[in-house]
Design a binder for this molecule. Structure first.
Ligand SMILES: [Zn+2]
Length: 382
C-alpha cells in the first residue's frame, strides 16, 4: 500500500460497522478475537440439547447433574475447537502475508476478517484448506482420547467432540461459497479462468444450492417425522443463503470499486463559505451556484460542511438570523484519509447515511466524493 491510511480513522469505521454486535475476548498475534452476541444464544441452546437429548441418548447411566456438567464442558470445548479451526485459517493467512485484523466467532463458526487485496488463488486455497484440516486433526485427537482414557465422563465428552469436529470439517468442505469448501472451489475456478468475479459467482451459486437443499431437507424432516430438529437445517440453510448473497455482492462491489481511481470521481472545487453567513444568503448561494455543498470556514480554518438539504433543519422564517455554522456538520464526522479503499468509503457513507465525504491527505482537504457517483459506477458495472 503506497498511500497513507489513517489507521485510527479506519479503526473508527470498523468500530462503527460492528457497533454492539460483538465483544472482544482479547488479542493473539495482533488479531482481535471477538465473540458475536448470537453465540450466547446458541451455546445455551446447545448445552440444553446436549443435556436433555444427545448425552442421555448415548450414555444411560449418568445423573441429571452429570449430564448438565458434561454438556457445559462439551459445549465450551466445541467453542474452543471452532476457535482453533478459525485460528488455523488466520495463522495460515499471516504466514502468506495476508493481514488479519480480527476473528469473530458466532453462530456455528467464525469469520476471519482479512485484508485480501493481495490474495491470489494459491494463497486462498491454502488459507481455506487450513481450517477443515485442523478440524480433522482435532477429530483424530479426540478419538484418541476416547480410546485411551477409560473415565466415563472423558469418554462421553471426547466421543461427542470427535463427531462434531469431523462434522465441522466435512460441513465446511461443502463446495459452496463462503464456506471453506466454496473458497477452495473458488480458488480452483479462479486459477483456471483467471476471473475472480466469475469464480465467486459459481462458488456462491453452489453455496445457495446447498443451502436450499438444507432448507428442503429440514422441511421434509419436520413434515415426515414430526421432529422439530429439522428446524436446525432450515435456520442454517437460510443463514447460508444470506451469506452467499451478501458475500457475493461484497466481492462484486469491491471488484468494481477497486478499478476506480479516486481521482476520477473526486470534486476538487468546493468553495468555502464564512461561518457567519446567514441561511438566507446560503440559500441564495445554493441557487446561484451549481454546488450542492459548501465547506464552512471559521477564522481561516475549515470547521464544517453544509449541504443544501441541511437548510430544511431550520424553519424558513428563521433564515435571516440563523447562521451557516448552526446547520454545519463537524468536519471530523465526514472526513476520510486518502488511500482508504473506495468500498470502505462507500460502506462508511452508507452506514452513517452520508451523501458526501471529504477526502483528506493528513490534514489537507483534497476534495469531496459523492455517494451518488459511487452508486452510479456500481449500477453501470454491476
Ligand atoms: Zn473454516
Amino acid at each position: 500500500m503506497d498511500s497513507p491510511i489513517d489507521e485510527k480513522m479506519n479503526e473508527k469505521i470498523d468500530e462503527l460497522n460492528n457497533k454492539k454486535e460483538s465483544f472482544s475476548l482479547g488479542h493473539y498475534k495482533n488479531i482481535n478475537i471477538e465473540v458475536h452476541f448470537s453465540w450466547f444464544f446458541v451455546v445455551i441452546l446447545l448445552t440444553y440439547s446436549l443435556a436433555t437429548a444427545f448425552f442421555p441418548l448415548y450414555f444411560q447411566n449418568f445423573t441429571k447433574a452429570e449430564y448438565w456438567i458434561i454438556s457445559v464442558i462439551a459445549a465450551l470445548l466445541l467453542f474452543l475447537s471452532i476457535f482453533l479451526h478459525e485460528l488455523s485459517h488466520s495463522l495460515t493467512a499471516l504466514k502468506n502475508k495476508i493481514p488479519i485484523d480480527k476473528i469473530t466467532l458466532f453462530f456455528f463458526g467464525g469469520v476471519s476478517s482479512m485484508d485480501d487485496s493481495n490474495i491470489t488463488p494459491n494463497k486462498e486455497f491454502k488459507i481455506a484448506v487450513a481450517g477443515p484440516l485442523f478440524s480433522f486433526i482435532l477429530a483424530v485427537l479426540f478419538y484418541g482420547i476416547s480410546i485411551y482414557f477409560t473415565n466415563k465422563y472423558v469418554y462421553a465428552i471426547s466421543f461427542y467432540l470427535t463427531r462434531l469436529n469431523l462434522m465441522i470439517a466435512l460441513f465446511n468442505l461443502v463446495p459452496g461459497y463462503p464456506l471453506d469448501g466454496g473458497r477452495i472451489f473458488r480458488a480452483i475456478v479462479w486459477k483456471i479462468t483467471k476471473d475472480m468475479r466469475k469464480a465467486t459467482k459459481y462458488a456462491a451459486t453452489a453455496g445457495k444450492l446447498f443451502a436450499w437443499t438444507l432448507i428442503f431437507l429440514g422441511v421434509f424432516i419436520i413434515i415426515s417425522t414430526n421432529n422439530f430438529s429439522g428446524l436446525w437445517y432450515i435456520v442454517l440453510g437460510l443463514f447460508l443463503v444470506y451469506l452467499a448473497n451478501a458475500s457475493y455482492q461484497q466481492v462484486v462491489l469491491r471488484d468494481i470499486l477497486s478499478k476506480v481511481n479516486i481521482e476520477e470521481i473526486i470534486t476538487k472545487e468546493i468553495t468555502p463559505i464564512n461561518y457567519e453567513l446567514s441561511l438566507r444568503e446560503l440559500a441564495a448561494k445554493f441557487t446561484s451556484s451549481a454546488q450542492r455543498c459548501f465547506l464552512v470556514n471559521k477564522n481561516d480554518r475549515l470547521v464544517g460542511f453544509v449541504q443544501s438539504e441541511f437548510l430544511k433543519r431550520i424553519p424558513e422564517y428563521k433564515w435571516d438570523v440563523a447562521r451557516a455554522e448552526e446547520i454545519a456538520v463537524n468536519i471530523d464526522f465526514i472526513k476520510i484519509q486518502l488511500g482508504t479503499p473506495l468500498h470502505r468509503i462507500l460502506g462508511y457513507m452508507l452506514f452513517r447515511n452520508l451523501e458526501y465525504i471529504l477526502v483528506v491527505d493528513k490534514t489537507k482537504v483534497l476534495g469531496i466524493v459523492e455517494r451518488e457517483k459511487l452508486m452510479n459506477i456500481i449500477k453501470i458495472n454491476g
